[in-house]
Design a protein. Structure first.
Length: 336
């Protein structure tokens, strides 16, 4: 098991760099920042006939469109080339998962609309969102009574997940500096301790509040597109189950226990999304399970970029491989 170093200039410098990169990521995207099983309308497994009884429910037909994609930067494909669409500030990629799903289903032109936008929150689905380069109209305005398929990838920004990631970097930076300058004892998980101060789980409270907003969004989606099959898309795993696997990537800049804390909170976020989807009669697309082994510390196999991303890509956001993996998960759900 990798252990946090006892401090010193090298550890402090690593934490400073990590904090700077994560803070930048939080400003440009968001998770927008991730467990529940892939779900959605489907058919019970067929078995041998044992006599009269209810017939299995038929598998719903794959929607022929129109398909509307709603969501934040994990949906839009922040910084993945080629970037397309207007406003440019939404940072939509032509190879994000909605585009790949639409292509696989043979949907183009008026049959496919991607209105996702980097840094979007649930409020940006019903209201206009300002970006660094133009305003994105309310995303739900793309829906109509003709819409037959909707994917919703939202909630991480409402839960403040990127802020939590940045705060963990800051808390570990403070600890590294304290150890370096004063030789103070190291806390096992300074970030977890910070969010548990006062006896309340502050992150869980934000996740729950985001869930209430998502419930309202899904109700409005159903009202505007009553014939559509709706899928809430979860977030891929940012970190491995064993935090020590991140030592070659993150070094000693974040305590292993805090990496575990971040993984736990992402699972709570995905769990909330799955629960709200089920309550609204929507499907849930689990992207965390198929992304196991493809986290930010997985080297060339990663679906999510680490705090020090490949040139041109966004830190702590899916890369092109990640978008392909998410598209495959959505297609499995849509096709039942």
């Amino acid at each position: 098991m990798h252990r946090r170093s006892s401090g010193g200039p090298a550890a402090a410098r690593g934490a400073v760099l990590l904090a700077a990169v994560l803070l930048a990521a939080g400003c440009t995207g968001g998770t927008d920042r991730p467990v529940a099983a892939e779900s959605g309308p489907g058919r019970p497994a067929a078995g041998p006939s044992t006599g009269p009884g209810p017939s299995p429910s038929p598998t719903p037909a794959v929607p022929a469109g129109p398909y509307v994609a709603l969501g934040d930067s994990y949906t839009s494909g922040l910084r993945i080339e080629p970037q397309v669409g207007e406003p440019r500030g939404c940072a939509r990629s032509a190879v994000n998962y909605p585009s790949l799903v639409a292509k696989a289903l043979g949907l183009a032109g008026a049959s496919f609309r991607d209105v996702s936008c980097s840094a979007a929150r649930t409020g940006d689905l019903t209201g206009s969102q300002r970006t660094d380069d133009g305003a994105n109209p309310p995303q739900l305005d793309a829906l109509s009574a003709d819409t037959r398929l909707v994917t919703v990838g939202i909630g991480g920004n409402d839960a403040g997940f990127m802020e939590v990631v940045g705060e963990c970097a800051r808390q570990n930076l403070v600890q590294s500096l304290a150890q370096s300058l004063a030789g103070s004892a190291a806390a096992a998980a300074p970030c977890r301790d910070h969010y548990a101060s006062g006896g309340a789980d502050q992150v869980r409270r934000k996740v729950d509040a985001a869930g209430e907003k998502l419930a309202d969004v899904l109700a409005e989606v159903r009202r505007r597109a009553p014939q559509a099959r709706v899928f809430v898309v979860g977030y891929p795993a940012l970190l491995p189950a064993d935090p020590s696997a991140c030592a070659p990537v993150l070094g000693a800049s974040v305590a292993p226990a805090d990496l575990g804390f971040l993984g736990e909170k992402e699972r709570e976020l995905n769990g909330m999304l799955a629960e709200r989807a089920a309550a609204a009669g929507a499907g849930f697309v689990d992207t965390a399970t198929p992304s196991a082994g493809h986290d930010m510390c997985a080297g060339a196999a990663r679906w999510v970029e680490p705090p020090f991303p490949a040139p041109g890509l966004a830190a702590v956001h899916p890369n092109a491989q990640g978008q392909q993996g998410m598209a495959a998960a959505v297609l499995r759900a849509v096709r039942g």
